[in-house]
Structures are given as structure tokens and as C-alpha cells.
Design a protein around this ligand. Structure first.
Ligand code: G3H
Length: 528
């Protein structure tokens, strides 16, 4: 594996200092310490990480400043943003997305450098996020339309809508730094909440081109963006007890530590996308060409750094030899290179320690009786380890138990489907599964059971989050709450309503409220 190829001119970078952070509508200049951001991609023949720039290493007082700003913008429910008319909130969001679209090339370039995602996938992530914003606006209009009415029961009229919850702390992941983060921030904002957001450890500088769009599109304090270490800035915000929603895509360990810091856990709404170890199951009658194709993409797109990646493959004894022969060949043929290289699938890993971690999992499996089946499996460079197909994996191996979140494919044989059901039921994860087979009588009982153990059964296809209008959730340690364009609006809001007894006195007042248009909540107008 070659670790250096000259960087094409259009993708070269000059290090820059991001010296502001967004609080109370101001891009505040930071004069304290900075943290350098490096890419694991080398710009020189002799391997060396590339310096991309630096960001403020903010501390507790800046975190509390952002919290204060978000609380002020919510202003006990009286704030401009939580009381704003639906059409005006939509106008702010449209203004933001218009400006965001102009930054596409810059964001995509930084994404490639910061997290090593291929040009094709980085571009897809950007475009998918823009589409997510437009879809969210449409879903919000539909929600508003449904609520623009009165219902009557037992002599009481009710005007029921969904209202904001308050201050939301959003923490996104490094693997989808834009899409997954925006899938939290955008619905949280549009429902009238105020937000504090801190990017993940990797994928930080790519928000620089968007800071002005955030600053100029929303009222003061509605969105606040912090930099620094999560363990420094997040605890004081949580300990204040003034956060109503903790929205996090990451792991359950961080999620538990953070929610434990809230003094009134019962008040805290949780929106979590967490770890997963989605299995693929290859049944004896599976179309093996198709199964191999989907398993290669499912396990190794973006080096396996997707929460939805296939992280273990169960293959039936009857087809294991054929499947493994085809699968290992396909894995060895995958192209490794820099994100902008043509048709590249495997790219440098953004976490410096990841190759060594994957190597540990391999060594553990080899010591316990597994073998690496593909020729290139385990080949190393400074920033990469070629995916190893490990076989046969057993339940005592780390590769079986841990979410590798990287280039490694554990494969386990099975002879009866009940073995798999038991293992999935015992596992701590519960996101999705890929099921490869054809026979309706074999598939039916399996589907009927598996839908009760995970939240999406993918028939003859890889696991994935998209399309983003579908519900994305999980059981056990894999998620709390449901995200999708439609569900996220519900996750970040609460049903709240005005009730009035049906009598002449009240009806006249209600009619007047509607007639004057003075209330933004009590309103039966809707936007087409
Ligand atoms: O990392 C988890 C992502 O939500 C996965 O999304 O299935 O579209 O790659 P994806």
C-alpha cells in the first residue's frame, strides 16, 4: 500500500486558525489556547501527518457563556425564536441553507482531509444534508398544517400543536460530522429550541465555512457553537441542570456519563444514536453474488466506520466455502488511497490509534484459533490497516464482542438459525440486520422474530440509515428515541395546547384571537 501520492492542486490545503466561536450571535474572538488539528493523510513522501489548522481550546467559562446565551434566547419561553411564527422560522432555515450550499466545495475538501472520507462520499454527505434540511422544512409545514385546527371532545375545544422543549445540547460523531450532526441540530432548531453544539474530535474545521451562515440566519443566541474537549465543555453545561435535551450520536459510555451529570435526570429528554454491531446472515439459499456484493459494501464502505456497518457475518455451513472464497477475493481487490483518488474505497483512518486497535483484535482472534483468510488482511501503514477477513470467529474473541468501527470483518459459521437468534438476543446491540436468502417459508419466521430484536431487517441488502425519511433507531445500547425527517421533529418537541370550554363567552374570545392573528401559537393559517 502506497502511503503517499502527490496531492492534486485543487485539494491542497494551507493551515488556518479558526479563532472565533459563536455565542449570542457574535463570532467571538478567542485569545486563549488553541488545539492543533492534524490530518492522518501525509503531504510528503516521508510519512508525516498534515497540519490543517487550529481551533480554540475553550474552557468552562466559555461553555457557561454559551449556555447562558441559549437560555437567554429561549428566555423562559418568551424568546423571539420559541414564539416565532412557523413561516418565519422556515424563512431563517431557508436563508441558512442557501448560504450553506455556497460552501459545498470547501466543506467537502475539509471533510476529506479531516476524516479521510472519499470525495464521492463526502460530496454525497453534503448533498444529503442539504436535502435533509429541505425535507425537514416540508415535514414541518405538514406538521403545522395538521395542527392548524381545533378538535372538540366532551364540550372542550383544543388547539393542539407541538412546542419546543428548551435548550438542546448537541454532540455529533466524527464519521458523519455534517449529516448526523445536522440531523440533530436542524430539527431541534426548527421546532423552536435553542442549541449549543460542539463538533466531535475529528471533523471540526469543516464547520468554519458555515459559521457565518449560522450567525446571520438565526436570531442571537439560538445557535451557539463551541470548540474544545468534550470532557471540559460538556460537563458544566449538563451540571447546570438547564439543558432540556441531550442529543448525542456516539457511544453509550459518553451518553451515560453526561446524563448522570444532570441534577434532575427526569427532566432530561434523550435523543441518542449509539453503538451497533449489525450482523449479516447468509442463509443456504442466498444468492451469493448479491450477498458478497452487499457484504463488501456493508462492511467496508468508509473503512467500516459507520454505525450501520456490517460488523459480523454469519454464514451457513453449507455455503461458507463458496461465500468466503468469493468474499475474500473481493476484499483483496478493494482500492486503498487518498480520498480524492479515483474509485477509492479504503482510505486513511482519522484516528491515529485505530490501526493498532484493529491489530489487537486480530492478534486476539489469531491466538484463540481464527485465521486471516485474505492475502492482504492486516497489512499496515502508518495510518491504515488493510481489512482482515477473520474466520472462524468465536464468542470468546474481542472481534466478536467489540464494535470494531474500522476495517475488520469477523465471520462466524452457523448450522441452525436458532444459534443466531440466541446470539442477537444476548447481544448488547439492537440496531439492524441484513438477511440474505429467498425461501418465503424460511424467511417468514425469521423476519417475525428479528423485527422484535432489532429495528430494521434488510432483505438481501446491506444495513443503512437512509433514506433519511425512514425511521432510524435501535434497541438496547444502540439508540434512544427515533430519528428520521418526520420523527426528529417529534423527538425535539412536546405536545402542548390551548383548551377552552365550548360556550359563547369563550368562543368569542377564541374567534378574536384567530381573527386578530395576534397569537403565533393560536393560529389556523398554514403555509402551502
Ligand atoms: O454512522 C452511522 C450513520 O448514521 C450511518 O448512516 O447508513 O447512511 O451510512 P449510513
Amino acid at each position: 500500500m502506497k502511503n503517499f501520492t502527490p496531492i492534486p492542486e485543487q485539494y491542497q490545503v494551507t493551515p488556518f486558525r479558526q479563532d472565533t466561536y459563536l455565542v449570542n450571535g457574535d463570532l467571538r474572538k478567542w485569545k486563549g489556547e488553541f488545539a492543533d488539528i492534524y490530518s492522518t493523510i501525509s503531504s510528503t513522501d516521508n510519512y508525516a501527518p498534515t497540519l490543517l489548522g487550529s481551533v480554540p481550546a475553550l474552557g468552562e467559562s466559555q461553555a457557561l457563556e454559551a449556555l447562558h446565551s441559549a437560555c437567554e434566547a429561549y428566555n423562559k419561553g418568551k424568546g423571539l425564536w420559541p414564539t416565532m411564527k412557523v413561516k418565519d422560522r422556515i424563512a431563517c432555515m431557508l436563508k441558512f441553507v442557501q448560504q450553506m450550499k455556497k460552501q459545498r466545495d470547501e466543506v467537502v475538501k475539509l471533510m476529506m482531509w479531516e476524516i479521510g472520507k472519499s470525495l464521492e462520499d463526502s460530496t454525497k454527505e453534503f448533498d444529503r444534508t442539504v436535502e435533509y434540511i429541505y425535507d425537514t422544512i416540508d415535514a414541518y409545514k405538514a406538521l403545522d398544517h395538521e395542527s392548524s385546527t381545533f378538535v372538540k371532545r366532551d364540550g372542550v375545544y383544543a388547539h393542539i400543536r407541538r412546542g419546543p422543549l428548551g435548550v438542546v445540547l448537541c454532540l455529533g460523531p466524527y464519521n458523519y460530522p455534517l449529516n448526523e450532526t445536522f440531523a440533530l441540530i436542524i430539527p431541534a432548531l426548527i421546532m423552536g429550541n435553542t442549541v449549543i453544539f460542539k463538533p466531535a474530535k475529528h471533523g471540526v474545521l469543516l464547520f468554519t465555512p458555515l459559521l457565518e451562515a449560522f450567525q446571520s440566519s438565526f436570531p442571537r443566541g439560538v445557535i451557539n457553537i463551541l470548540y474544545g474537549r468534550g470532557r471540559v465543555v460538556a460537563p458544566p453545561i449538563m451540571q447546570s441542570g438547564r439543558v432540556e435535551v441531550l442529543a448525542l450520536i456516539g457511544n453509550s459510555k459518553t451518553a451515560n456519563v453526561l446524563q448522570d451529570q444532570h441534577p434532575k435526570k427526569n427532566r432530561l429528554r434523550l435523543v441518542f444514536g449509539l453503538e451497533a454491531k449489525n450482523p449479516a446472515v447468509i442463509l443456504p439459499d442466498a444468492n451469493l453474488e448479491l450477498a458478497v456484493d452487499e457484504c463488501v459494501k456493508g462492511a467496508l464502505s468508509f473503512n467500516g466506520q459507520r454505525c450501520t456497518a456490517l460488523k459480523i457475518i454469519y454464514v451457513h455451513e453449507k455455503v461458507k466455502d463458496k461465500f468466503l472464497e468469493m468474499f475474500t477475493k473481493r476484499v483483496d481487490a478493494l482500492k486503498y488511497g487518498n480520498p480524492w483518488d479515483d474509485k477509492v474505497m479504503l482510505t486513511p483512518l482519522p484516528e491515529v490509534e485505530k490501526p493498532a486497535y484493529i491489530a489487537e483484535l486480530i492478534d486476539d482472534a489469531l491466538a484463540k484459533g481464527a485465521k486471516i483468510l485474505n492475502k492482504r488482511g492486516g497489512e499496515r501503514t502508518e495510518n491504515f490497516i488493510f481489512p482482515a477477513v477473520l474466520y472462524p470467529v468465536t464468542t470468546n474473541m474481542r472481534a466478536y464482542k467489540e464494535e470494531q468501527f474500522g476495517p475488520l470483518v469477523p465471520v462466524k459459521p452457523f448450522s441452525h438459525i436458532n444459534e443466531i437468534i440466541d446470539e442477537i438476543s444476548d447481544s448488547n446491540y439492537g440496531q439492524q440486520i441484513s438477511l440474505f436468502g429467498e425461501d418465503a417459508y424460511e424467511l417468514s419466521p425469521l423476519i417475525d422474530t428479528l423485527v422484535n430484536l432489532v429495528c430494521r431487517v434488510n432483505l438481501n441488502s446491506l444495513c443503512q440509515r437512509g433514506p433519511d425519511v425512514f425511521p432510524f433507531t435501535g434497541r438496547k445500547d444502540s439508540a434512544v428515541g427515533t430519528l428520521s425527517v418526520h420523527d426528529a421533529l417529534r423527538s425535539f418537541s412536546i405536545r402542548t395546547f390551548v383548551a377552552s370550554r365550548d360556550n359563547d363567552y369563550n368562543n368569542k374570545i377564541v374567534e378574536n384571537l384567530l381573527h386578530t392573528g395576534a397569537s403565533n401559537f393560536m393560529n389556523t393559517d398554514y403555509i402551502l
